[in-house]
Design a protein around this ligand. Structure first.
Ligand SMILES: NC(=O)c1ccc[n+]([C@@H]2O[C@H](COP(=O)([O-])OP(=O)(O)OC[C@H]3O[C@@H](n4cnc5c(N)ncnc54)[C@H](O)[C@@H]3O)[C@@H](O)[C@H]2O)c1
Length: 383
């Protein structure tokens, strides 16, 4: 996942940490300090109605503790919705480590962090996020049984962008079925903004399906890499230029906040379906999702279609099996179709319908906080 995500994901707040804590509806919020390694982290467990909380660890130079707290509260809540809508037996949690990963990340600090994750007995299972990578989770996993996103050599699932891109493509196929009556983008023109790990693999799925691809990326080398493999891919000079082209599908795969007002007004695409997190700039009634619907653009909720990555890491808890994880990620096709159909039936946006599905599942799961079963010797299996 990218630092880019945080561009709109970390709005400055005027609330102090005490006010944020008092207002939070999270089950558990843990402040972690290790004086020797300099670790300062916050783990937030939003909801465990559906099972142990699962979500990544963000390593980021927050300007203040309150800013870090606000971010972890928001991100962990988002994970509850993502895991619920994906049909995973997991609640939502997230952690932030406060610091500059380039300067402050040390094996000692990561091991100290792992010890804190372990103290939660499996109520929180961690993974990679902005500023943390597979190699880091290998180290975290030295002190906790509840680290996923580790390397294949350590029994982990490796790079989660593989199933993220695959899942986004399943969501895109479902949207195509909903709009054009056929689960394929063959003959369609798909614009992809951001061809990093997710966008590049998404482009390959679209091409293999018979669609054409036009891309934009601020990093020219990323575009060149893709075009070296697939010379038929077109390149636009910027995302602004890309969205103004005649497209059938627009796939934001770079920054959070991709669907800003200018982009929404400029879009000619009938479908928006991409891997980036937090695509909607304003949420709720009167927000970006409503405006997209008014313009006749079908928006596939980001947390629904990009859940392939969390599906991939969650499989690691059972001894990673790529084919089993891929089968589970294939369900994103059905889940997306259900959400799009129920949005039509209820007369709401797909974003609202996806929220509704997640909230119903959490409510059905019951509100009893998840606890590890006493007496089990296999911590990883419990999770
Ligand atoms: N990797 C995963 O498993 C995963 C899972 C869920 C969600 N996501 C989300 O998907 C998105 C992409 O993730 P990734 O892992 O491919 O990241 P990445 O860093 O590999 O790729 C992001 C790409 O976007 C480009 N970019 C940045 N700003 C841009 C802009 N203004 N216009 C066009 N391109 C721009 C970068 O140059 C880079 O090539 C992120 O929002 C991430 O949070 C990723």
């Amino acid at each position: 996942m990218t630092v880019a995500d945080t561009a709109v994901a970390n709005p400055p707040t005027t609330a102090g940490a005490a006010e944020l804590l008092a207002a939070a509806e999270h089950e558990q919020i843990v402040s972690c300090v290790d004086r020797e390694s300099g670790l300062r982290a916050i783990i937030a467990i939003h909801d465990t109605s559906l099972g142990p909380a699962l979500g990544g660890t963000r390593f980021f130079p927050y300007a203040s503790y309150a800013e870090a707290l606000e971010d972890v509260l928001r991100l962990s809540r988002g994970m509850s919705y993502k895991n619920a809508v994906a049909g995973l037996p997991h609640g939502g949690g997230k952690a932030v480590i406060i610091g500059d990963p380039a300067r402050d990340k040390t094996p000692e600090l990561l091991r100290a962090y792992g010890r804190y994750v372990q103290t939660l007995g499996g109520r929180y299972v961690t993974a990679c996020d902005v500023g943390t990578f597979v190699a880091d989770l290998d180290i975290v996993g030295e002190t906790t049984a509840f680290a996923t996103g580790r390397s294949l050599e350590r029994g982990g699932c490796g790079d989660s962008s593989v199933l993220t891109a695959y899942g986004v493509f399943q969501g895109m196929r479902a949207a195509a079925e909903h709009v054009w009556g056929t689960p394929s983008v063959a003959g369609k023109r798909v614009g992809i903004s951001g061809v990093g790990k997710v966008g590049r693999q998404l482009a390959q799925h679209v091409l293999a399906d018979g669609g054409s691809v036009v891309v934009a990326d601020v990093d020219g080398a990323a575009v060149d890499r893709l075009r070296a493999e697939h010379p038929e891919v077109e390149a636009a000079a910027s995302t602004e230029e890309l969205v103004a082209l005649e497209l059938d599908v627009f796939a934001p795969c770079a920054l959070g906040g991709a669907l800003d007002p200018a982009t929404v007004e400029a879009l000619s695409a009938r479908i928006v379906c991409g891997g980036a997190n937090n695509q909607l700039v304003t949420e709720g009634p009167g927000g970006t999702a409503d405006r997209l619907a008014e313009r006749g653009v079908l928006y596939c909720p980001d947390f629904l279609v990009n859940s392939g990555g969390v599906i991939q890491v969650s499989d690691e808890l059972h001894g990673f099996d790529m084919e089993r994880a891929r089968r589970k990620a294939s369900e994103i096709f059905d889940h997306t179709l259900e959400v799009l159909r129920s949005a039509d039936e209820l007369g709401v946006t797909p974003a609202a319908a996806a929220d509704h599905v997640a909230e119903e599942r959490m409510a059905r799961g019951g509100r009893t906080p998840w606890v590890a079963q006493a007496g089990s010797s296999d911590a990883r299996a419990q999770a």
